[in-house]
Design a protein around this ligand. Sequence first.
Ligand code: NDP
Length: 400
Amino acid sequence: MAKVVCVLYDDPVDGQPTSYARDDLPTIERYPDGQTLPTPEAIDFVPGTLLGDVSGELGLRNYLESQGHTLVVTSDKDGPDSEFERELVDADVVISQPFWPAYLTAERIAKAPNLKLALTAGIGSDHVDLQAAIDRGITVAEITYCNSISVAEHVMMSILVLVRNFVPSHQWAVDGGWNIADCVTRSYDLEGMHVGTVAAGRIGLGVLRRLKPFGTHLHYTDRHRLPAEVETELDLTWHETPEDMFGECDVVTLNCPLHPETENMINDETLKLFKRGAYLVNTARGKLCDRDAVVRALESGQLAGYAGDVWFPQPAPKDHPWREMPHNGMTPHISGTSLSAQTRYAAGTREVLECFFEGRPIRDEYLVVDGGRLAGVGAHSYSAGNATTGSEEAAKFKVG
Ligand code: NDP
C-alpha cells in the first residue's frame, strides 16, 4: 500500500466555507483543442467547492483510504523541519499545486527513496527538479489544460487593469474621492495596441483568441510555429525570438513554462528592448523575470505597469519588492485555482492516481517526465534541467 503526501495551501482564515457565492458551475464538455476533460472513474467531492486547501484534500481521502493507501495532507512545506520534509522520507507519491509549491529539489528527492510519482495538481512542474526526476526514474505528471483558460482570462483582466489604470482608480473610489484627473493621467485604450505573447501554447493561444475582438495587433513567438490557418485567422505576426518581438509591442505577456531555457528571460538587457511605457503581464512563472530588473524598469518608466500572480519563491517573502513596486497589478498565485479550475484538476489528479495504482498508462498529454526522460507534453514544452535553485528562500515567509 502506498503513502501519498499532498501539499496544499492553508484553509481560509475563517475556516472552510459552508456556503458559496454560486450554486453550480457551467458545463464544459471539452477543452478548445478537443482534449477531453479529466475522466476519473468517480469523484468524492462537490464540484465548485474549495478543494485546493488543506481541508479540501483535493477530494482524495475517501478514495485513497478505501484502497488501503495512506494520505498525509499538509501546508507546512518549507525548511528542514517542515512536515513535508519529515513525511517525504517514506512517501511513494507527492502531490503539489504550483500555487503553494512543495519544492522537490535534488536534495529532497535524495531523501525520498520510495518516491515514484510527483504529481502536479495544476500545470507547471518547475517546482520539481526535472533533471533529478529524470536521473531517478521518477514520473512527473501534470493536469494539462485544467486551468489554461482560467489563466488566459486572468491575463486578459491583467492587461485591462494595467492599461485602464483600474487599481488606483478603484482606490480613489474606496477612499471617498472623485479625483478623475488623477485616475486618468495613466489611463489608455487597449484598442490599436500591439500585444505579443511569449509562447502560443494552450494559454498563449487562448489569450490571442480573446484579444482579437479588442481590435489589437497580435504578435507571438514560440519554439514551434502555429498552423498557417491560425496565423491567418488571428492575423498574427510571428517573431523568431522574444528579443525580436519585444520592441514591437505595447503589451507583452509571458505564457511559457519555466525551464532552464526560459529562466530570467526578462532582465535589464532584454527590458532595454521594450518600447518605453510598455506593459508586462506574467502569469507563467516569477523566475522568468529578474525580480529587481522589473522594479528598476517600473521606477524608471521603461515599463508603465507589471501585473501577474506568479512570484519566486512562493509564498513570496513579506518584503518581496513586487508587493510594493509602482504600477503593479499583482495578486498571490490565484489565476489557475478558481473554484472552476479546482474541480477540473482535482478530477484530473484522481484520474492520474487511478491509472498509477491500477497499472494503467497515464495519458500522454499529462506526462512531463517518464521512464528517465522528458515525455508526453513535457517533451514538447520543457527542456531538461533544474529551475528550483533558490526555493529554500520560501521558508522566509514563515518567519518574516
Ligand atoms: P502549454 O504546454 O500548452 O504551452 C507552453 C508553450 O510554451 C508551448 O507552446 C511551448 O512551445 C512554449 N515554450 C516552451 N519553451 C519556450 C521557449 N523557450 N520560448 C518560447 N516558447 C516556449 O502550457 P500552458 O499554456 O497550459 O501553460 C504555460 C505555462 O503557464 C505553464 O507551464 C505554467 O508555468 C504557467 N501556468 C500558470 C498558471 C497560474 O495559475 N498562474 C496555471 C497554469 C499554467 P512548444 O510546445 O511549441 O515547444
